[in-house]
Structures are given as C-alpha cells and as structure tokens.
Design a protein around this ligand. Structure first.
Ligand SMILES: [Mn+2]
Length: 442
C-alpha cells in the first residue's frame, strides 16, 4: 500500500508499521498480526477487517468532566471549518495508512463541524465526503461504516428518534439522510445506529411504548431511504444499556433482537457489539457475541475494554488475551462477521500525549486480536474443545431425546421416560478442564 501524505506530515516520528514476528522487540511493529497469514482458510486480515474510529482518534481531545483538552491537535489552529476538516482528514489517512488498516468509521460531526443550519451542514458534509473519496482512492482505505451523531447537540438532550418533540425527531432524520448520502457516496459497507440518548432519564415523564414505536418508524424510514438510493450494506444497531441515559432501549443484544423482530427489521438490521457496552449491561462480551451469532445477526464489533474497578464506559484499548480468545472462538464457530469488521472504538488516555501513543494503542489492540484469532483456531483444530460441548448434549442426538427435539414427545411421554430410566447419573460440566484448554493454547 502506497503511503500518501497531505500537505503536511502529522506523524513524522513514525513510519509504516510492519509485521516482524514474536522475536521482535520493536515497539513500532506487529508481533502477531501478519495480515496475509492464512487462518482457517482465509487471510487474517479478512477475518479481522480492522477499522480506525475517527471520533476517538482525531476528535477526542483528552478532556473529561474534570479537565480541559490535553490532546492539542495541530489542525485545531485552522479557523476555516472546511480547511480544518481537510487537515484532520489528512492526519487521519496518514495514520490509517502508516498502520496498514483497511477501514475507518465516522460520525458526520467527526468529519466536519456542524452548525444549527441543516442546509449548511449538508453542504459541509458533501464537500468533505468528496475529499474523503479522493483520500480513499489514493490509499485504498475503505469505509466500514458511517453514522450520525444524534446525541451531542443540545437539541438531542431528550433523544432524537425517541424525543417527545417531533420537531427534534425531524432534525435527527435530516442528519441521518445526509450521513446516509455520505456513506453511500463513499462506498460504505454498513451504517450504524447507536442510540446514546434513545431512552429515558425518568419514567415519570416518559411514554416508553410511544417512544419505541417512534424509533421503529425512524429506522424504517432511514432504511427505506437508503435502499431507494442504492445502499446494499447492512444496518447495525449497537446495544448499550445506559450512559448517557438512565436506560437506553437498545439495552443489550437479546433486547435489540426482540425489538427488531417485533418491528419487522430483521432482514436489514443486525448487531454491532461492543466489549464495554456488554459489561455495562452485566454481561460478558462473549455472551453478547453468542446471542447475536445464535440469531445469525453477528454483524460487527467495537473493540475496547472497560475498567474492572469503575462502572462506566472507559473505552480503553483491548489487551485481554483470555477474553478475546473466547471471543474469537465464537467468531470462528459462527463463520465470521456478517458484513462488519473490528472497529477500535477506543481512546488513548488523557495523559497519553505523544504522537506515538496512538500507534502503540492500535498496535497493541491489533496484535492481541491477531494472537487471539491464532489461538482460537488452534483450540478448534487441535483440542477436544468442540467435542466436549457436543458430548454434553449427546442424549438429544438419538432415541427419545431426539424425538423430544423434534417435538414428538408429550409431557406424559417425558414422565414415562423418567420412571423407566430411574435416577440420572451426574455428569461433569468440565468447566475447569475447558478453562485450562484456553490457557494451554495461549
Ligand atoms: Mn461504540
């Protein structure tokens, strides 16, 4: 992949990141991610389809509720909003290209600053999506998904599609239309809805039933518009139970699947699962992945991790090899992601202020996923992991168990079987044995 730079080199301290193998002590190299290495019949890069998140990497400035920005991006000094946005795009594509990532993802307002004027915003995004299109064709980097930010502007303080004020909902729709236009123009492979404020702060002032019906109407209208304009990709819902709202309607995978089924959206929508959102919902990441995979709706992943000691969405870069090995077992057994990829929805810490830090963060995340993929594939190919699970259910593979699965047995039949066969023997679940398999292959 050719390295292209804009008028300025933003990460001059860093050159292209290459695979050097596990013996390498170069912190600016991949030790596990060898993009063309074949795993289970296809190159590693095709399993993982890594994407850089525009918002955390090029908009997140290190500020938090207690302190001002610490990531002082050079383009912030440019006063013209279009020129500032183009400089940011130059920096983003320089970074993505040096890292060799195949994809990126954005919200509309990450790409260019928005005002309160809908027509002006549409024009700005149109101008910048033309610029991004040039950048894509110069580098070969592709758009994994686009989305609209319907939570930061003050008008969305009570939600967008679920706002009790129809006027606000219409502004949300205007933003989605423009974001879909940009996604379609850029050949975006998917489009994401994350309902940050689609929920409530208090049930006292909320008609939950009506708000959920509005959300469904809004999603149908968005889908119909995109399909009419040639969009062939998937729409993803990204579940999150709370934060910033007290309760969000896209609570977790199981809840979203029920919603999609109720409102006839299953043909067009699937799920984008995020590690830290799973843990906020009281689930493991693997639980969310397995729920989606079982429903045939494992669309995409937002890679990050939370913090064990505090309860909010810290969006740290992933580094837990055990957690990700178990995730890759689900991914491989499910036959891969349905259209999506692995997007680093993660941010470097407030005090990570060197230009190299963004590289270290992504290199670490990429390598731990690559190592997890290799490990999971070894487990599937070289251990009794799969057979142990199958073996637990063998009583349903033949005889009366099979008849039960086929719906052929009544409650009286089941009682007769219990009496005929006496007390069942205790059979080990072998949990510790299986946990040891994971560690053996890591
Ligand atoms: Mn996310």
């Amino acid at each position: 992949m050719a390295i292209t730079t804009g008028p300025k080199e933003y990460f001059r301290e860093v050159s292209s990141i290459k695979f050097e193998g596990v013996e390498s002590d170069n912190p600016m190299a991949f030790r596990w991610y060898d993009e063309n290495r074949m795993i289970a019949g296809k190159p590693m890069k095709d399993h993982l389809r890594f994407a850089c998140a525009y918002w955390h990497s090029f908009n997140g400035d290190g500020s938090d509720p207690f302190g001002e920005a610490t990531h002082l991006f050079p383009w912030l000094g440019i006063s013209d909003p279009i020129e500032r946005a183009k400089a940011k795009a130059d920096a983003a594509f320089e970074f993505i290209t040096k890292l060799g990532l195949p994809y990126y993802c954005f919200h509309d307002v990450d790409v260019v600053d928005y005002t309160s004027d809908v027509a002006q915003n549409d024009k700005r995004l149109d101008t910048l999506s033309d610029y991004l299109k040039e950048k894509q064709s110069a580098t070969g980097v592709k758009l994994l998904w686009g989305t609209a930010n319907l939570f930061s502007n003050r008008r969305y303080m009570n939600g967008a599609a679920t706002n009790p004020d129809f006027h606000v909902l219409a502004h949300g729709a205007a933003q989605v239309k423009a974001a879909l236009d940009a996604t379609i123009k850029l050949g975006g492979e998917n489009y994401v809805f994350w309902g940050g404020r689609e929920g409530y702060m208090s049930l006292l002032n909320t008609n939950m039933k009506r708000e959920k019906e509005h959300l469904a109407r809004f999603l149908h209208a968005s889908k119909d518009y995109a399909r009419k304009n040639g969009f062939k990709g998937k729409f993803f819902i990204e579940p999150k139970p709370c934060e910033p709202s007290k309760h969000q309607y896209d609570y977790d995978a199981e809840t979203v699947i029920g919603f999609l089924r109720q409102y006839d959206l299953l043909n067009d929508f699937s799920l984008n699962l995020e590690v830290n959102h799973a843990t906020l919902a009281g689930h493991t990441f693997t639980h969310e992945l397995q729920v989606a995979a079982d429903a045939g709706l494992l669309g995409s992943m937002d890679a990050n991790r939370g913090d064990y000691q505090n309860g909010w969405d810290t969006d740290q870069f992933p580094n837990d090899i055990n957690e990700l090995t178990e995730a890759m077992l689900i991914l491989l057994e499910a036959g891969g992601l349905k259209g999506g990829g692995i997007n680093f929805d993660a941010k470097i810490r407030r005090n990570s202020v060197d230009p190299q830090d963004l590289f270290y963060a992504h290199i670490g995340g990429i390598d731990v996923f690559a190592r997890a993929l290799i490990t999971a594939n070894n487990i599937l190919e070289n251990s009794d992991y799969k057979q142990l699970r199958q073996h637990r259910y063998e009583s349903f593979d033949a005889g009366k168990g099979k008849s039960f699965e086929e719906g052929k047995l009544s409650l009286e039949d089941l009682r007769a079987f219990a009496i005929e066969n006496g007390e069942p023997a205790l059979r080990s679940g072998k949990q510790e044995y299986m946990e040891n398999i994971i560690n053996r292959f890591i």
